[in-house]
Design a protein around this ligand. Structure first.
Ligand code: URA
Length: 224
């Protein structure tokens, strides 16, 4: 975890740890900047999160297995391919729901599980209140989604739930992360790659990412 890739991107305040895939693209930077802006309305916030998520899906699924599929074109036949793995999306409630529709727009056949967890604001530790997952997780590519990788406590706890339920191939996708969260998550789950659209400076004293975007759930749902 000490090795780094590069620090040349406007998406990261720090060098990129080996454990993280930084999904950086000018369109993502543009939408993420709107999402960070405190004057952005919930409507624009939601639209931008959907767009970032769709753009990230391209990179997150890059190595998904495909099987050949032969079709007839108006002129001849062509052998293309189709996604050959079941996909399960698992948002961590509540904020993870914000990234769900963007993924579902692209991954049309995906099924959806839910893990409900809230952060105890005193201990900063996650407390579970809900878990509903498809029963063939062992066959699936599982995308665990939560916009903020802050302490890494909730996401690590969610990975435990997924593994207890049979998941073998898990990827964690967030919008904004920080070095502390990446280090903690990777130490607990070295087999789970992290995809993030930005790596920020760090955590403040109450476990929020700085500069971050504030409380992702409140901003998405307009409950500020
Ligand atoms: N959860 C959020 O919504 N924002 C943070 O900065 C950290 C955790």
């Amino acid at each position: 975890m000490n090795s780094t890739k590069s620090d040349a991107s406007p998406h990261t305040a720090t060098p990129v740890p080996e454990a993280a895939h930084l999904v950086d693209h000018p369109l993502i930077l543009d939408r993420l900047t709107r999402v960070r802006d405190t004057t952005t309305s919930p409507e624009e916030f939601r639209r931008s999160v959907h767009e970032i998520t769709q753009l990230m899906a391209f990179e997150v699924t890059r190595d998904f297995r495909t099987s050949p599929r032969k079709v007839s074109t108006p002129l001849d036949s062509a052998t293309g391919g189709e996604i050959a793995v079941p996909i399960v999306l698992v948002p961590i409630l509540r904020a993870g729901l914000g990234m769900l529709n963007g993924f579902l727009h692209i991954l049309r056949e995906a099924r959806v599980g839910h893990i409900g967890m809230f952060r105890n604001e005193t201990t900063l530790l996650p407390e579970n209140y809900y878990c509903n997952l498809p029963d063939d997780l062992d066959q699936a590519e599982v995308l665990l989604i939560d916009p903020m990788l802050a302490t890494g406590n909730s996401s690590s706890e969610a990975v435990k739930r997924l593994k207890e339920n049979g998941a073998r191939r898990i990827r964690f996708v967030c919008l904004v992360s920080c070095p502390e969260g990446i280090t903690h998550f990777h130490a607990e789950n070295p087999d789970v790659p992290i995809y993030t659209a930005a790596i920020d400076r760090g955590l403040n004293e109450i476990g929020y990412i700085v500069p971050g975007l504030g409380d992702a759930g409140d901003r998405y749902f307009g409950t500020l």
